[in-house]
Design a protein around this ligand. Structure first.
Ligand SMILES: [Fe+2]
Length: 446
């Protein structure tokens, strides 16, 4: 069968090529920014046992790009067929990666550049339709998201690294409007997940109806000031606020405040932010707390974490049309007026900073600032099909993970949407995660 392109098909393919080139270029500029600022010793060092050496992330980014775009989509010869095993995340846990015979920084930079050169070739040859892997440029979008996700991981490594500050960015905005309290999300079914978002990953699919009882959700994530009240009220010492597992973890790990917080002799909290000590900003969402801390705070506040479905309904449901939106504010891509994304700032913005980013129901800052812990584990949606490989999501279903939603200041717009699902262990604190609270309605509110 001969496929006949109409003029508008050709224009659409060219538009898509341009978009792919833009997101790949943006990701690479960020990767360079996160690695060019450090010397060789800092790039090969392991700054935390939780993280890979940055030089591993760098070459792994290139290796995934080579496997999917150069070899699979492009059917080209390998650039480096001999190093796949070193950069296979499933073969080597992060703690073991420094001992591997990795490419050194200069070799890694040369490698990712050679791979990218071939990818430009593959992109100009690809029809961007036909097989599911290339339709709508999926594989290219997947690789751009992969690089940005590693960039966020590398940003977390920068936060863990001790030593002089090397990253700079303007401070995140203050509140534009005062916001507080909660909104009621009405009972009823909504459409969760997506079947149409071209670059959505397998775990976000397919769209399916989910019934949700009426509930209340906070208009903003929990702030540093609110979290300090929990600390001051003995939150970390009161056993009754913690679940059994949470208390065991709190005790064993000696948790007393969010990671990177320090109390000075005048009883003021400071926070180390990418190598700079800074007073804790009261109206910023709290960040670097684990799921167990979020759970204890919620108990203290007489509320609970939202389920994943509740979070997504609060973010997407438009009561006027009954439709689920792509983003809280509508279907248009994020921009600076709507969300704190893309490492434009090195911190969350104060609550109330993005009134233009509020959802139809009036919930603010669901996208950007901090990943938000939900009460839900990671499970497949009804009708799930692994694509393009089981290791993307399927092997993690049912594990000891909690779902995080919404993206952080360190997440790029290409890798964040209201259907996007992140997951991590409930003890993890190095990720840019905070939380917001929800609660059931009382009988007199229903
Ligand atoms: Fe990866």
């Amino acid at each position: 069968m001969t496929v006949r392109f109409t003029g508008s098909d050709r224009a659409e393919t060219e538009r898509l090529r341009g978009e792919i080139a833009e997101v790949l270029t943006r990701a690479r500029a960020r990767t360079a920014g996160l690695t060019d600022c450090l010397d060789e010793a800092d790039l090969v060092a392991q700054h935390s046992r939780l993280m890979s050496p940055l030089v591993w992330d760098l070459a792994h980014i290139g290796n995934q790009e080579e496997l999917w775009l150069v070899r699979d989509v492009g059917s080209r010869q390998p650039v480096r067929g001999d190093i796949d095993h070193l950069y296979d995340a499933f073969r080597h846990p992060r703690a073991d990666r420094p001992a591997l015979p990795l490419l050194d920084p200069a070799e890694a930079r040369g490698y990712v550049a050679s791979v990218r050169d071939k990818v430009w070739d593959v992109l100009s040859d690809s029809p961007l339709q036909g097989s599911p892997l290339v339709t709508d440029g999926f594989a290219f979008g997947m690789i751009a998201q992969h690089e940005q996700q590693h960039d966020e991981t590398m940003l977390a490594t920068h936060q863990l690294r001790t030593g002089d500050a090397v990253l700079t960015a303007p401070p995140a905005p203050s509140a534009a409007v005062p916001i507080s309290g909660e909104v009621v999300v009405p009972a009823g079914e909504f459409e969760m997940g997506t079947s149409t978002d071209p670059w959505a990953l397998d775990n976000e699919r397919p769209a399916h109806p989910v019934p949700v009882s009426a509930f209340a959700i906070d208009v903003a994530p929990v702030t540093n000031a609110q979290y300090q009240e929990f600390i001051a009220d003995g939150g970390y010492r009161r056993r009754e606020l913690w679940s059994e597992r949470g208390w065991a973890h709190r005790t064993e790990s000696g948790l007393e405040a969010p990671e990177f917080w320090q109390l000075d002799s005048d009883n003021r909290w400071w926070r180390r932010v990418f190598g700079t000590m800074t007073p804790v900003r009261p109206n910023q969402p709290v960040v670097h707390v684990c799921w167990f801390e979020a759970e204890a705070y919620a108990t203290w506040a007489g509320k609970r974490l939202p389920t994943e479905a509740e979070w997504e309904k609060a973010a997407r449901f438009d009561p006027a049309t009954g439709r689920s939106r792509r983003y809280p504010w509508g279907d248009e891509a994020p921009d600076e007026s709507r969300a704190n994304l893309g490492q434009r700032h090195l911190e969350p913005a104060d609550v109330g900073a993005y009134p233009a980013g509020a959802s139809a129901l009036g919930v603010h800052q669901l996208i950007g600032d901090v990943w938000e812990w939900t009460s839900s584990g990671f499970h497949d949606y009804p009708g799930f099909a692994a694509f393009p490989y089981r290791e993307y999501s399927e092997v993690f279903f049912g594990g000891d993970y909690r779902i995080l939603r919404g993206g952080s200041f360190g997440a790029d717009p290409v890798a964040v949407r209201s259907t996007f699902r992140n997951w991590d262990h409930p003890i993890r604190r190095q990720i840019f995660a905070g939380f917001r609270l929800a609660r059931d309605l009382r009988a007199d509110e229903r």
